[in-house]
Design a protein around this ligand. Sequence first.
Ligand SMILES: NC(=O)c1ccc[n+]([C@@H]2O[C@H](COP(=O)([O-])OP(=O)(O)OC[C@H]3O[C@@H](n4cnc5c(N)ncnc54)[C@H](OP(=O)(O)O)[C@@H]3O)[C@@H](O)[C@H]2O)c1
Length: 396
Amino acid sequence: MVVKAEGAGDAPRRVTIFGSTGSVGTQTVDLVARDPERFAVEALTANRNVALLAEQARQLRPKLAVVADPAAYADLKEALAGTGVEAAAGPQAVAEAAERPSDWVMAAIVGAAGLEPTLAAVRRGACVAFANKEVLVCAGALMMEEVRRHGANLLPVDSEHSAIYQVFDFDRLDSVQRLILTASGGPFRTRDRAFMAAATREQAVAHPTWDMGAKISIDSATMMNKGLEIIEAHFLFGVPEEKIDVLVHPQSVVHSLVEYVDGSVLAQLGTPDMRTPIAYALGWPARIPTPAERLDLVKAATLTFEAPDPERFPALRLARAALQSGGGAPTILSAANEVAVQAFLDRRIGFLDIERIVEGVLGTLPHRPLRDLGAVRDTDAEARRVAADRVDALAR
Ligand SMILES: NC(=O)c1ccc[n+]([C@@H]2O[C@H](COP(=O)([O-])OP(=O)(O)OC[C@H]3O[C@@H](n4cnc5c(N)ncnc54)[C@H](OP(=O)(O)O)[C@@H]3O)[C@@H](O)[C@H]2O)c1
């Protein structure tokens, strides 16, 4: 479980942003760039978007810019010529960037590729703003053990977990009755299975309330995103699966709730703008201003809530089953989902094939205990192989 600790003093906060070219990354860059007195940048990383990474480096002047894809190194070096910003490439260089002495690290890589850098930041006791939920899903118990051992601080960035963090009574765990994660319901909230079976990439990424990266947008459409968030919440807050509920709330204004044993329910509200939860983590323990639109409840007028439909969105059941099963099951779930989502984005399989592949891989592979990171990597790789075979079998 995350523990609220004291923050740093008034010196500029040295920050490193992993996945700076992505949706969460660019919004973090936006906030950092607005307050050069408050923040100094140590390193920025991307996968292969050299043009944007170099533009960010010219603006924020980090010491280091890294691309995970070694093939992009020459372009990055050329783009940074004359800036004084060091260039590096490869997954190892990304992980090494996490070892640099920044106070605060934004973990905004997508998928299990974020495991090594997040772990490296945790192991030097950094304050880690945590967006990259797949890392906690694939290695939750081990990651939280490392957080405790090294006195690191995980600050949730997912809007739901940020909301819970802000109203969670860390000193009186027994007083928490349940966590209630809100979900927009995604673009197919009111659609039937026949519609989903024929859904295109464009329809599935068109999220009604949030503008996000492609992978999380598809996860929102299948509601696997909420399944991953149940697992994430379990590890972050130490609350068992059966005490974590999901509530569909299409307006995305109430970002999540905590119910206490006395019947009180505390929530955090705001307009759907990721800069608010990012800023909460970036300024923490202080609050810093953001340009996010202010919440006008008169304008919002009606906030609605409904139960999720497990028949149309089986991903929720799959994620809960994986968490209950424990061991490597969440690792398998997340790895198979990553492969299937990418195959759907590549237009190789249909939308409903995503859940079929995840369920099939979860049912095929043994759910072994994960004793160390080697076991996480092996389980992840095996699940990816089996999922890729299933994609090949289903590909049109
Ligand atoms: N977007 C949101 O509003 C939101 C909200 C809550 C949580 N999250 C979580 O935050 C994480 C990031 O989401 P996102 O929407 O920002 O994703 P995104 O827009 O796809 O950005 C992903 C970032 O990771 C980099 N990246 C991709 N593969 C990589 C690899 N193998 N090694 C190193 N870097 C890699 C990308 O670089 P390139 O640009 O070079 O490809 C990009 O900078 C996800 O775990 C997501 O679930 C996102």
